[in-house]
Design a binder for this molecule. Structure first.
Ligand SMILES: Cc1cc2nc3c(=O)[nH]c(=O)nc-3n(C[C@H](O)[C@H](O)[C@H](O)COP(=O)(O)OP(=O)(O)OC[C@H]3O[C@@H](n4cnc5c(N)ncnc54)[C@H](O)[C@@H]3O)c2cc1C
Length: 425
């Protein structure tokens, strides 16, 4: 077990019981059709809960996740700012287990779509009638020279999957000298959570302003401009965090020197930092590649948006960050939760011999913390367009905050509690 992971499990503290850490007690099988779900994050846990609830507990559901508890990426930037602990974002799978869903703490190794099985450890095969994959993202380390090895990855952290890396990055920030530079590298879109890196810059700046006021936050963006909530973030950097945050566009990362914490770019000059945070380019999680459902640019999984079934492999549904999204649909936890519900309904319809709902509507809200309590949001509504066979944003729906407020901060914390309850109880 790596040092980061050991320290992380300690930090999760009371959040995870000893029982949850073992491959857990399994409920007896149900007589209905079998659904296996790989990934108990925003997409997969939601699908599990709604398949159970809408089938009145008749579908035989097995949820497989590599981690013993759910750790939320939303709010994880607050751990870097120091106003929250990782235990505050950790929720056990007990609620799903109590429903009678089998939750296995294991890593899915392979999918055999012809036999309809998922291989987990100990050569065990889980049979399925329908499979749901919501594995999130994996990192394309081969696109960042010098970041391929374990030692470099332990030094130049991503913290783009909440957990041990979040705790370790906070430790690096605490240990940094006052007057140091925190540099964050953002990949070209599409990547997980468009506003997330800019929120992170705010959170680190919030911490520096109080604890290390001579320090700097350098945003090295692989994109031509701020990808999300531009005006709101720019205002925060030019006002609240003036003199701390500096934004530099067109910084496409090509490599790092982990020994000297130097970032190298396609066209811009090298940047040396005291804490270097690289969010690498991403693609659908490895199990999606193995299952053969990656169909777009060798990175993402195209799905039928009425059911989230793979366009290539029948009876395999893909949710969340792993999919090739519809236009203007963000890779967000809120959206993955919505995918989970559309897919659960479509799977139950398929079991009953019925077609899926022909007109699904989904929505998204992403909150970003500018300080420890002042927050902004962006929202949107997406309706299935039968002609184009994709989701399109509903004209006039959604919107953007005029500016950060503490009231929106309360809404953001309530959003988190509500969505965790929606997925996990
Ligand atoms: C810093 C940050 C801030 C964010 N803030 C927000 C926000 O405010 N609002 C918002 O809506 N979204 C936010 N997001 C985005 C959000 O976290 C993701 O969009 C969301 O987690 C996607 O859900 P998912 O189900 O696709 O993947 P995840 O939630 O990552 O779940 C994937 C799960 O699959 C498991 N897994 C993967 N492969 C296997 C395997 N082979 N076997 C077993 N288990 C496996 C993993 O352990 C993981 O638990 C943020 C992201 C980050 C990084």
């Amino acid at each position: 077990m790596s040092m980061q992971r050991r320290e992380f499990l300690k930090a999760m503290g009371a959040g995870v019981s000893a029982a949850a850490l073992s491959a857990c007690a399994v409920s007896p099988s149900r007589s209905g059709p079998k659904v296996v779900i790989v990934g108990g994050g925003y997409g997969g846990a939601t699908a599990a809960k709604y398949l159970d609830m809408w089938s009145n507990g008749t579908v035989d559901i097995t949820l497989v996740d590599a981690n013993p508890a759910f750790v939320s990426c939303p709010l994880s930037n607050l751990v870097l700012g120091g106003s929250k602990q990782i235990a505050d974002l950790t929720v056990t799978y007990e609620g799903l287990r109590k429903r009678g869903i089998k939750v296995l703490f294991d890593t899915a190794q392979a999918v055999d779509p012809l036999r309809g099985t998922v291989r987990i450890s100990n050569q065990q095969d889980l049979p399925y009638d329908r499979l749901v994959l919501s594995p999130g993202v994996d990192f394309l380390y081969d696109q960042v020279q010098g970041l391929g090895g374990e030692a470099a990855q332990a030094k130049v952290l991503h913290a783009w999957k909440a957990g041990p890396q979040t705790v370790a990055l906070r430790k690096q920030l605490e240990e940094m000298r006052d007057g140091g530079v925190f540099a964050i590298s953002i990949p070209r879109a599409p990547y997980r959570c468009p506003p997330g890196p800019y929120e992170r810059a705010c959170q680190v700046a919030w911490y520096f302003k109080r604890a290390k006021p001579r320090s700097k936050v350098l945003i090295l963006d692989g994109n031509e401009d701020v990808v999300s909530k531009k005006g709101l973030f720019m205002k925060a950097w030019n006002e609240d965090y003036k003199g701390i945050v500096e934004y530099r566009p067109n910084h496409v990362l090509t490599g790092v020197d982990a020994a000297t914490l130097t970032a190298k770019f396609e066209t811009a000059d090298d940047v040396k930092a005291d804490v270097l945070n690289v969010i690498p380019p991403q693609r659908a999680g490895a199990i999606a590649a193995q299952a053969g459902v990656i169909t777009a640019n060798n990175r993402w999984c195209e799905v039928n948006f009425l059911s989230f079934e793979s366009i290539k492999v029948p009876k395999v549904h893909v949710l969340g960050d792993a999919i090739q999204v519809a236009p203007l649909m963000p890779k967000s936890g809120h959206m993955a939760n919505q995918h989970g519900k559309v897919a659960a309904a479509a799977i139950l319809n398929a079991f009953a011999g019925r077609a899926p709902n022909p007109a699904p509507v989904v929505n998204n809200t992403c909150y970003s913390f500018i300080t420890d309590k002042d927050v902004v949001h962006v929202a949107s509504v997406h309706q299935y367009d039968n002609e184009k066979k994709t989701f399109a944003t509903v004209p006039g729906s959604g919107g953007l905050s005029p500016g950060p407020t503490a009231l929106e901060g309360e809404y953001a914390f309530a959003w988190a509690q509500n969505i965790w309850a929606d997925m996990l109880t």
